[in-house]
Write a protein that binds this ligand. Structure first.
Ligand code: HEM
Ligand code: HEM
Length: 282
């Protein structure tokens, strides 16, 4: 009883119904209190991640545009859509989808979940275009498929990413999944999600190295500008991954549960006398 009262009282009476607008920010505005702010440092790290993300997209574009003839679909340049789509989808958009729970930490869980799922969905579609580009360009040039380490790791990453998306929708968006089932799945979703982000960056690094060895193997060791630019892209990918990883793993930057989520999970606990998953409603 006491914890429930404390939880309800401590968050400035955010016990409005979800239909009336469940974000702390909205409720604070209705109370006349200043809206909640982000913890110090979080905004700076998120800004750095976005700067790095945009720089890595620009670097990919510069590499393909300046040294590889640009990108076009129905032409010998179709292959170039592959690196562009993979960096945009599997790295930049995936990274941003992961940051959603930190950036919109005071918004209602349902909207944040939906944005997380939509960004991952968009990443998947763009990555699929990139995969089609490389398969079609291999077919047009008579090159065999799936022979390299990069293609094995890349395909495994893409298929697992698709599976993770389907499971995420099934467990967290489908209303039929029970509270305890969501609580059981959540830690696995987080572990495999972070693993997939690392695997995506690793696949890109393998792809960059492979492309350099195909295209400039005789001049790479002479520090030619194309090699330096592509190496820089690799370093930017690692830096982006590190900054996103840092933001995700700082305990105090995790999304605080809203008052109604806390109350919901405590009501659930009272009802079942069992453990409810941490972090409020799933
Ligand atoms: C997570 C990101 C990536 C994934 C999932 C991925 C996936 C794949 C797959 C499945 C193939 C095999 C296609 C086939 O056999 O027909 C492939 C080929 C290729 N990819 Fe990627 N790729 C990614 C990123 C990149 C990047 C960033 C580059 C280069 C900058 C790149 C360069 C290549 C090259 C040169 C090939 C053709 C040679 C081969 O089949 O290994 N990839 N990629
Ligand atoms: C391939 C797609 C996906 C990947 C790689 C992924 C990855 C992740 C990761 C790494 C986290 C932990 C983030 C954090 O620490 O805050 C997370 C959390 C979460 N994801 Fe996903 N996710 C994917 C798709 C989905 C989908 C489709 C949904 C459906 C709504 C979903 C719902 C959630 C929820 C509810 C959480 C827990 C947030 C929390 O309570 O802290 N995810 N996801």
């Amino acid at each position: 009883m006491w914890p429930r009262l404390a939880a309800r009282g401590s968050l400035r009476g955010t016990m409005c119904s979800p239909q009336l607008g469940s974000s702390v920010g909205l409720q604070a505005a209705m109370d006349g209190a200043p809206p909640p702010t982000s913890p110090t440092g979080l905004s700076a790290y998120v800004a750095v991640s976005q700067l790095l993300g945009l720089t890595l997209l620009a670097t990919t574009g510069a590499w393909l545009g300046r040294y590889r003839g640009g990108v076009a679909w129905h032409s010998p340049l179709q292959f170039n859509a592959h690196p562009l789509c993979m960096v945009l989808g599997m790295v930049f958009l995936q990274g941003d989808a992961l940051l959603v729970y930190r950036v919109f930490r005071h918004e209602a869980k349902r909207s944040t979940k939906t944005l997380h799922a939509l960004l991952h969905g968009l990443a998947l579609v763009i990555a699929l275009v990139g995969i089609i580009a490389v398969f079609e360009s291999h077919r047009a040039k008579g090159i065999s498929d799936m022979y390299s380490l990069h293609s094995w790791c890349g395909m495994a990453t893409f298929v697992l990413y698709l599976l993770q998306w389907l499971l995420g929708c099934g467990f967290f968006l489908f209303p039929g999944a029970s509270f305890s089932l969501r609580g059981w799945y959540k830690p696995q979703h987080i572990f495999f999600g972070i693993t997939l982000f690392i695997l995506s960056i690793t696949s890109c690094l393998l792809g960059i190295t492979e492309m350099l060895l195909f295209k400039i193997s005789d001049s790479y060791s002479h520090f030619v500008p194309e090699g330096i630019l592509a190496n820089t892209l690799g370093v930017l990918l690692v830096a982006f991954g590190l900054v996103v990883g840092y933001v995700l793993t700082r305990e105090e930057w995790k999304r605080p549960p809203l008052a109604e989520e806390l109350a919901l999970s405590m009501d659930f606990k009272t009802l079942t006398e069992g453990e409810s998953p941490g972090g409020g409603s799933q």
